[in-house]
Design a protein around this ligand. Structure first.
Ligand SMILES: C[S@@+](CC[C@H](N)C(=O)[O-])C[C@H]1O[C@@H](n2cnc3c(N)ncnc32)[C@H](O)[C@@H]1O
Length: 233
């Protein structure tokens, strides 16, 4: 897909379908491809504002009677969108970098989540190396929160990056799915290669990339410029 009309198309489609942002289409695409969220899933959505992924996650749970839960966390205060969301969706305003695993765990009725989505993104400065480093830092935090050190045997270490608590157990249930958004950079490829081998026994790790393109160019490339990759494949 290309052409100057593409961003308007997704923007208009999001409006037409009642999504609060066109990022909805990224999760819809992943959901279609990998069926990450199933009826009854407990979903943690890190960096959930303005709420498009909350909408898609709740829709993916199916009817209310199927159960399930969607918990969104963002630094920004997020109002649960009225369309496509129901009583199963709740949001918490907090900085994920400073949130302990126990505080996150208790947000799930089952004290753990079957799907963790991180669409967290730093405020992009335009300085590629800096933006990539900040993105990896957020990705590392999502990884530690999800699987902790306990899920990474044979290595005896924890992922690098800040750990706001000493709790070694992650909040992702065994066999769950983890999606982490990373701004594309050379370092990121190595990061994924390193971590995917650690996940083989525990959970699926998906990473998708946002390319460092000038905003206008990224828009004109539309979502075709975001590749989704599944790890392990
Ligand atoms: C691309 S937006 C997410 C869009 C969202 N998935 C949706 O579909 O509506 C990235 C979000 O990450 C949030 N974020 C960045 N750093 C964060 C942090 N340390 N803790 C919590 N949220 C963070 C930002 O506030 C921003 O709302």
């Amino acid at each position: 897909m290309s052409g100057a009309g593409a961003p308007d198309f997704f923007y208009r489609e999001a409006q037409r379908l009642g999504y609060v942002a066109r990022s909805a289409f990224k999760l819809l695409q992943m959901q279609k491809q990998y069926k990450l969220i199933t009826p009854g899933s407990s979903v943690l959505d890190l960096g959930c504002a303005p709420g498009a992924w909350l909408q898609v996650a709740c829709q993916s749970l199916g009817p209310l009677k199927n159960g399930g839960v969607v918990v969104g966390i963002d630094i920004k205060k997020v109002k649960v969108p009225s369309l496509h969301c129901d009583a199963r969706v709740q949001t918490v305003s907090a900085d994920v970098m400073n949130l302990s695993k126990e505080k996150v765990r208790v947000l799930s009725p089952q004290r753990g989540f079957s799907v963790i989505l991180s669409d967290m993104c730093p405020l992009v400065t335009g300085i590629t190396a800096r933006d990539a480093a900040l993105s990896v830092e957020l990705g590392m935090r999502a990884l530690d929160l999800a699987v902790g050190g306990a899920a990474l045997p044979n290595l005896g270490d924890k992922p690098d990056g800040p750990a706001p608590d000493s709790d070694n157990n992650g909040v992702l249930k065994a066999g769950g799915h983890l999606v982490i958004k990373l701004l594309e950079s050379e370092d990121v490829q190595g990061w994924i290669f390193f971590h995917k081998s650690r996940f083989l026994f525990y959970a699926d790790l998906f990473a998708y990339f946002s390319f460092f393109l000038p905003f206008a160019l990224q828009n004109s490339a539309g979502y075709a410029s975001h590749s989704s990759e599944r790890h392990p494949g």
